[in-house]
Design a protein around this ligand. Structure first.
Ligand code: NAD
Length: 312
């Protein structure tokens, strides 16, 4: 039986990867410090949760020695762009030093493949020459979070070149779906859906004409599992290429949830990109991956999840 380690496995995306690996018959171990994730996401599942910090090198080393994972999905991260601006040292500690700890342990324990989680939404800066944006566009992150994700990719490439550790890095677009935290700064789908179900005021930052590429979590999970045996050394965008404005998203969710009120417009968030959409042609070539869940269908599934968990 193959063992898979999912760092950040109690989080939104990580817990869906855990589900898929269990379905595939893997022995699954999750490492998570529960800073933004939750035990609830793994409740009743056949997974061993180790509560710990990826920055704790000796804990990481011990965990790898005991469990000897064949595959590692590295999702644990400081995920807040604004916190990365306020506390760049903390962001670098978790996202760079934590990643280096994981890479070291992978090499020492002859891991077959590392799948590294990067971000396409923050990688190409404010004005890439092309929309949707391919991986060949220059990397121009404008936040410490983007810089630390870029550094993580570079460390993966170094560890592959120097020590022969195979990796694939996946640059996600805006991921949405069940279990996303509706109380974070990102995750506009979760935030809007919860507020609409509770019939609370929905605030749109700025004029709402900010365009994003929303990719459903099941599609992201599929890209992760396909990466186990494909695309060594590749850095791949994982998005739909479809741009949806926040106003457009609000209208879609309003229709799905039956929300009756209008949105309230607040001040724009400094540094928010106007447009972001990813060209995933390379993922199609390297993994045979394409997004399968259209936005409306994904929003309905997300609404159904939040309705049931909120008891409505
Ligand atoms: P999440 O907050 O639900 O998941 C992150 C998980 O990592 C949490 O369970 C958290 O408790 C854990 N974690 C944080 N710091 C840790 C540490 N020091 N040690 C151990 N565990 C730690 O968020 P998510 O949206 O599921 O993000 C998962 C990954 O996907 C992250 O690497 C994030 O940067 C990346 N990503 C997410 C999106 C998106 O739209 N959600 C887009 C691009 C990239």
């Amino acid at each position: 039986m193959q063992t898979a380690l999912v760092t950040g496995g109690a989080g939104f995306i990580g817990s869906h990867i855990v589900d898929a690996l269990i379905r595939d018959g893997c022995n699954v171990v999750a490492l998570d410090d529960l800073s933004t994730g939750s035990r609830r996401n793994l409740f009743g599942k056949d997974v061993q949760l180790i509560e710990g910090d990826i920055c704790d090198a000796s804990l990481v080393r011990h965990l790898f020695e005991v469990h000897k994972p064949h595959f590692v999905f590295h999702l644990a991260a400081q995920i807040s762009v604004s916190r990365s601006v306020r506390e760049p040292g903390f962001d670098a500690k978790v996202n760079i030093m934590g990643t280096v700890n994981i890479l070291h342990a992978c090499v020492e324990n002859h891991v077959e493949k590392l799948i590294f989680t990067s971000s396409g939404g923050v990688m190409y800066g404010d004005a890439p020459a092309r929309f949707p944006t391919p991986e060949t566009e220059p990397r121009m992150p404008s936040s410490p979070y983007g810089i630390s994700k870029m550094a993580g990719e570079a460390y993966c490439a170094f560890f592959q070149q120097e020590y022969g550790l195979p990796f694939t890095a996946l640059r996600y677009a805006n991921v949405y779906g069940p279990r996303q935290n509706p109380h974070g700064e990102a995750g506009v789908v979760a935030i809007f859906t919860e507020k609409m179900i509770k019939n609370e005021t929905v605030t749109i930052n700025g004029d709402g004409e900010y365009f994003r590429d929303y990719v459903y979590v099941d599609d992201v999970v599929r890209a992760n599992l396909l990466s186990m045996h494909n695309a060594d050394g590749a850095v791949l965008n994982i998005g739909t290429g479809v741009e949806t404005s926040v106003n457009g998203l609000f209208a879609e969710l309003k229709a799905i949830t039956g929300y009756h009120s209008s949105a309230v417009y607040g001040s724009a968030r400094p540094g928010d990109l106007r447009r972001s959409a990813l060209d995933s042609t390379l993922a199609q070539q390297e993994l045979g991956w394409q997004p399968a869940v259209p936005l409306k269908q994904g929003l309905i599934k997300t609404f159904e999840y939040f309705s049931s968990t909120l008891g409505m």
